[in-house]
Ligand binder design. Structure first.
Ligand code: GDP
Length: 418
């Protein structure tokens, strides 16, 4: 696995945060050094690493904790999002010209996989419904021309070649004319990749004749299946300003695929479950909700509507059994206990559902009136004892929240005072 070393390097960082309650400048310092080391070892360029680490540590210390999410999990998510950003954020699609054939010209050092990529790209574009032609303009290596012809045959795409001893720009020019005549959508020009021949192709054949805009528009990352350490995937965008558009993961023609920054970040971290869990928790605990809830707690007005919102938030986070193991200190709960808890949440909900809006807002009404409790019991099909239990539970929660508030005001819950 190409990112294996990077992945395990980053793991040391999270592991140092297991068991901490909150991310502070002090306790993230060492994990940040681990992250820095892991990136440098993966050949990510130093200025990129510096900016990356600084941005991650600012966010780690500056962001409040999400309820139910452990600090180490939160750091995983921050690093993930920053990796995605570093790799360009979104998928960068290939751009096709609206009139006449689109020209893809491949540059790159010998041996990086250009000729192979030409054929792979044609194969890929054919699947998208585009007609393609390959143009053999690597005139310095006869073997490259033969290789292109063989690969073209293999993927069922015509190859335009004139042999060696002709200027690459002339070949490219005539290849393009041929493609226009045949109404071919895309031509892919294989070059020797050397700068001077490339420039001559660009300047003489294409720009002057067809007045099209040129420039490097993107990168294709090859040999992702190999033993490269992954730094290139992380550095290309930041260093060149150009996005990676496609990646090659093998020698077969079908081994070329779009580059998805988020999937790549996910692969690097190897923690898909944690990432989606943190995302869900973020969704559920939106800021407004948290603030509103805090106000309610301050005024000790936590009511049955809030109670319902909380139980639904838990339900939204997926089946309880999956979520509960991720909550600190709850890992030892057995599946039977979880099923029990899920059942009792359902029972609570059915009782709250038959309350009037007034009763939900003022649980005191229920505490004071046996008639109301009787009605709720009969309408929800539960016992009066269950109704009383629910009411007692709500008041207990109010007390617990009041206590929590006391602690918060004392300043000893940094997670919320951040
Ligand atoms: P060029 O000199 O840049 O045109 O490179 P070639 O296309 O001739 O490729 C050089 C070698 O790399 C060939 O043996 C290819 O089969 C191999 N190659 C190209 N792309 C990949 C890839 O994505 N993965 C692996 N493992 N090998 C590749």
């Amino acid at each position: 696995e190409m990112f294996g070393q990077l992945t395990s390097g980053l793991e040391t960082a999270w592991n140092k945060l297991r068991g901490v309650d909150v991310l502070t400048k002090e306790n993230v310092a060492e994990p940040m050094r681990d992250i820095r080391r892991a990136l440098l070892e993966a050949d990510v360029s130093l200025p990129v690493v510096r900016r990356f680490v600084q941005s991650v540590s600012e966010q780690a210390v500056g962001t409040g904790l999400i309820r139910g999410v452990r600090p180490d999990q939160q750091l995983v998510k921050i690093v993930h999002d920053e990796l995605v950003k570093l790799m360009g954020g979104e998928v960068s699609d290939l751009v096709f010209s609206k009139s006449g054939p689109t020209v893809f010209l491949l540059a790159g050092l010998q041996g990086v996989g250009k000729t192979t990529v030409c054929a792979k790209l044609a194969f890929y574009l054919k699947k998208l419904g585009k007609s393609c032609m390959l143009v053999a303009a690597d005139v310095y290596r006869p073997a490259a021309i033969d290789q292109l012809k063989i690969l073209g045959d293999q993927v069922g795409v015509p190859v335009y070649a004139e042999g060696t001893g002709i200027k690459p720009s002339e070949i490219a020019k005539r290849g393009l004319e041929e493609a226009k005549k045949k109404k071919i959508d895309v031509i892919i020009v294989d070059t020797a990749g050397r700068l001077h021949s490339l420039l001559s192709v660009l300047l003489s054949a294409l720009v002057t004749t067809f007045n099209i805009e040129i420039g490097i528009t993107g990168a294709i990352l090859t040999k992702l299946d190999g033993d490269s350490r992954g730094g290139a995937a992380l550095s290309v965008k930041e260093v060149s300003g150009k996005p990676i558009k496609l990646v090659g993961r093998g020698e077969r023609m079908e081994d070329l695929e779009p580059f998805y920054p988020d999937r790549m970040a996910g692969r690097i971290l190897g923690m898909g479950d944690v990432l989606s869990f943190v995302e869900k928790a973020q969704e559920v605990m939106r800021q407004e909700d948290a603030e509103e809830l805090q106000k309610k707690i301050m005024s000790a007005k936590f009511d049955f509507n809030d109670f319902l919102k909380q139980t639904r938030a838990v339900a939204q986070m997926g089946s309880m059994s999956r979520v509960i193991g991720m909550i600190p200190g709850m890992g030892k709960i057995t599946p039977a206990q979880i099923r029990e808890a899920e059942k009792s949440l359902k029972i609570m909900e059915s009782m709250i559902n038959v309350m009037t809006p007034e009763e939900r807002e003022k649980p005191e009404l229920l505490a004071e009136s046996p008639e109301r409790r009787k009605r709720i019991a009969s309408e929800s099909g539960k016992t009066e004892q269950q109704v009383s239990q629910l009411i007692a539970q709500l008041f207990q929660m109010r007390v617990r929240m009041k206590n929590l508030l006391g602690v918060m005001e004392g300043g000893s819950i940094p997670a919320l005072s951040n």
